[in-house]
Design a protein around this ligand. Structure first.
Ligand code: GLN
Length: 204
């Protein structure tokens, strides 16, 4: 049985659990290092990245999570979760988990676009666009060469398309909130990563 952990310090972890259950996998709320044990994947939900980082320190979870993301177990961060997973978040006063080679700037879509919704094309999903909900989303400012861009939005402020869904190996990060809509394709995509990870032959 596949078990996906959802970091439950703060933010919309209940919505992630509901989406995962609809897809038939079991979930576990993670608040202690012990609760990371034996997971097949982990989701860091939307919320407030400063609060997440503070609570990770208070709950003695920073080091265990930093080690966990290095083990190759699939991890997905949405919005604040993307910030927490990024290699760099220049305006965050806490260390991130440095799991995916991107640099992000928080709340950077500007006041008018603070929260917005957009139908985006997502490369692995084919023709049907994904309705993406952005709430004070981070802008991805730099993308490392090993990082695949799955979706972009046209960005008026910077005059160039911005990556809003990125993947590096088993690490997935989205600037928006698939857990707030009924479309479970991103959760299914994450479960595909989890399942393909299990099938990878171990090195001899
Ligand atoms: N603006 C928040 C942050 O900086 C993220 C918002 C969200 O997760 N919806 O962490």
């Amino acid at each position: 049985m596949t078990t996906i952990g959802v970091l439950a310090l703060q933010g919309d972890f209940i919505e992630h659990e509901a989406a995962l259950r609809r897809l038939g996998v079991s979930t576990r709320q993670v608040r202690t290092p012990e609760e990371l044990r034996g997971l097949d994947g982990l989701i860091i939900p939307g919320g407030e990245s400063t609060t997440f980082c503070r609570l990770m320190q208070d709950f003695n979870l920073y080091q265990p999570l930093h080690a966990f993301v290095k083990t190759g177990v699939p991890v997905w961060g949405t919005c604040a979760g993307m910030i927490v997973l990024a290699r760099e978040a220049s305006d965050l006063e806490f260390p991130t988990l440095e799991a995916i080679d991107i640099a992000v700037l928080r709340n950077a879509y500007g006041r008018q676009l603070d929260s917005f919704e957009a139908d985006i094309d997502v490369a692995p999903f084919g023709e049907r666009p994904f309705h993406a909900v952005f709430i004070r989303a981070p802008v991805v400012e730099r993308i490392g060469s090993g990082v695949e861009v799955l979706a972009t939005v046209p960005e008026e402020r910077t005059g160039r398309p911005n990556a809003v869904a990125v993947q590096q190996g088993a690490i997935l990060a989205t600037a928006f909130h698939p857990e707030l809509t009924n479309d479970t394709r991103f959760h299914a995509h994450f479960l595909d990563i989890v399942r393909s990870q299990g099938k990878t032959p171990s090195p001899k």
